[in-house]
Design a protein around this ligand. Sequence first.
Ligand code: TYM
Length: 335
Amino acid sequence: MSEQQKKIVYSALKPTGDLQLGNYIGALRNMVRMQEEHDCIYTIADMHSITVDCVPADLRRRTYEFMALFLAIGLDPQKSILFVQSHVHQHAELAWVLNCNTQFGEARRMTQFKDKSAKNPENVNVGLFAYPTLMAADILLYQADLVPIGKDQKQHLELARTVAERFNNRYSPTFVVPDGIFNTHGAKIQNLLDPSSKMGKTDDNTEGVIYLLDDRATIMRKFKRAVTDCGHEIVARQDKPGITNLLTIYSVIKGCTIKQAEAEFADKSYADFKLAVGEAVADHLEPIQAKYKELIADKAYLDQVMVEGAQKAARLADRTLAKVYRKVGFAQPKR
Ligand code: TYM
């Protein structure tokens, strides 16, 4: 692809809870794929993590685990910029300016804010409320064209677009207005024990969540227990959310279409099908887990990736922030 056609891609994952299959299918796989053709910038969003109760030692440990997993799945620091959000101070600074360009009512409408405040009423902090403007700052700092994410982040991306357009109209063109990149299927992987709700890192129902570091026996146990639906047909249909979810997982992991997966299991039982999905996932994760084990033992290398990534990111972020500060009228004395 020529330099001219190259797009800027941005995405981030928050180190709250351990990475799970939904993160992999909904976002990480696309992030790996996109680094072959575009200029990609990927972040571990630790500043987002402290919007909910969070044990400091766990956050620090997970930040390293996330970086090791990023590398193990194939994100490459030679191709992409990989860094930790709190290492680039421009994120917090742009977020403040964006807070002043976001309406209270817009932030209040965010369904994740409503869900999280309902789930944890004793800690509805201002950071949780301003979560989407920090996310907008992440994206807009790098003038990103494309943002590969799962469906649950769609509303936040819409807000980032609204705020970028508002700022561009109020001052003058400053930000690229980003587009979300969603999978045609797999943009929302459901909990195996409750196919009506999203598989999440912090689900209480951990038996329905496949973590990327689960061993084979655990993966097989969880798939064997996965909730299925009435009847015995293995087809993707609205009235079959459990089977549809399993078919989605299988087809994404095997790189086939849903139709092909349906044909492959046409005369199989639910039990056989669940075993096959479990095996496909365990086989797929095995080499990633082996690579992860090597990487997590090499803290000096992970430090180096983080430091170099933050330096590269800060250079880009600074350009946008300087422009924004000038436009909003902050004095810029000669130094
Ligand atoms: P997070 O850490 O909750 O999730 C990371 C990515 O995984 C996707 N995802 C899923 N996709 C399909 N099925 C699922 N069950 C599933 N669960 C999670 C999410 O949609 C996301 O793409 N606020 C963000 C992190 C963030 C960010 C950003 C993302 C901070 N700044 C800027 C993009 C751009 C979050 O908490 O994602």
